[in-house]
Design a protein around this ligand. Structure first.
Ligand code: TPP
Ligand code: MG
Length: 328
């Protein structure tokens, strides 16, 4: 959905998306604490404006690749909410039949090529998808979300170089939340302006405030349009901050409470609420009504997941092997 930020209904739709991601993730924090979710959960709280702003420019047949922090990308690209929740629970009704869990959510029918537990592995998948689009002579686009930690991975450089050489329709969106797991970006990365990494591979670059959904949507639109029009890849660097720990339960000894509370003054949801109110598009009562409606949606998804069964033990090896392809 392209957002018209001057239009009430269109702006409200973007707000609903931000809210849906936020409430989904807060609910997961709570459920994880109660021991209802297996594995690890990495929340996207604080970064919602990036997925919502970027995906607002995508068509349903465009692709996204994602990360271990991927629920927001999947929601913004239109995943079925019940299927996502059930997947995180590891239930058979999950979008991947409970076999992927939080870190491996995928829905090819929506162009969601997969979250990924391997840091920045989505960059090479995006390069492959971009090559496929070019070979099929289609005008789809791939958006590749990855992190500031990921930008130091060798595969990222290979992917960026390959996409630039081939002028593939890939938009690299680096979510610079300032930390790679427990390490500050300042200790690991040779440049403070991460967009220089894209310039080194001869591609267009853009830097933006990742907490401002209007700015994210406007700036990423150009990158996506360029990719669609055959002008090749762009590296978009979106500055942001993750409000939660690296994973739910992270003691966060590597950063101060003061730093976290300062960052919360730039909460992307609050910034957008202020924008909506100051533009006279939506009043406070309406915002509160939206919160109630979205909370109900998430609660329904939780009960769907809780009512669902786990996969049968004897099905553990299903979908691992395929029939031999004739001629191979
Ligand atoms: C190849 C690989 N190396 C290390 C890890 C462990 N690990 C998981 S997340 C992470 C940090 C990733 O940082 P960033 O790319 O900035 O993403 P963020 O967690 O901030 O969203 C690391 C090192 C991993 N999963 N895969
Ligand atoms: Mg990071």
């Amino acid at each position: 959905m392209a957002v018209d930020f001057k239009d009430r209904e269109s702006s409200l739709e973007a707000y609903r998306q931000l809210l849906l991601i936020r409430i989904f993730e807060e609910t997961l924090e709570d459920l994880f604490g109660k021991g209802k979710i297996p594995g690890f959960v990495h929340t996207y709280i604080g970064q919602e404006a990036i997925a919502v702003g970027v995906c607002s420019n995508l068509r349903s047949d465009d692709y996204v690749t994602s990360t271990h922090r991927g629920h927001g990308h999947a929601i913004a690209k239109g995943i079925d909410l019940n299927g996502l929740m059930a997947e995180v629970f590891g239930k058979v009704t999950g979008i991947c039949k409970g076999r992927g869990g939080s870190m491996h959510v995928a829905d090819f029918s929506k162009g969601i090529l997969g979250a990924n537990g391997i840091v920045a592995a989505g960059t090479v998948i995006a390069a492959g998808a971009g090559l496929s689009i070019q070979s099929r002579e289609q005008d789809q686009v791939v958006v590749c979300f990855f992190g500031d930690g990921g930008i130091n991975k060798g595969t990222v450089h290979e992917a960026m170089n390959f996409c630039s050489v081939k002028r593939l329709p890939v938009v690299f969106v680096c979510e610079n939340n300032q930390y790679a797991q427990f390490t500050s970006r300042k200790l690991t990365t040779s440049v403070s302006d991460l967009s220089k990494r894209g310039a080194a591979y001869g591609m267009s670059t853009a830097s933006l405030d990742g907490n401002n959904v209007v700015e994210v949507a406007e700036v990423s639109k150009k990158a996506i349009d360029d990719a669609r029009n055959g002008l090749g890849p762009t590296l978009v660097v979106a500055d942001t901050y993750r409000f939660g720990g690296h994973y739910v339960g992270d003691p966060q000894a590597y950063r101060s409470e003061d730093e976290v509370s300062k960052s919360r003054t730039r909460d992307p949801l609050l910034l957008f609420e202020k924008h909506l109110e100051s533009q006279g598009l939506v009043d406070r009562d309406q915002l509160e009504l939206e919160k109630v409606a979205i909370t109900e949606l998430v609660d329904e998804a939780v009960s769907f997941a809780e009512r669902s069964d786990y996969p049968e033990v004897h099905s553990a090896t299903d979908y691992v092997f395929t029939d031999r392809i004739e001629g191979s």
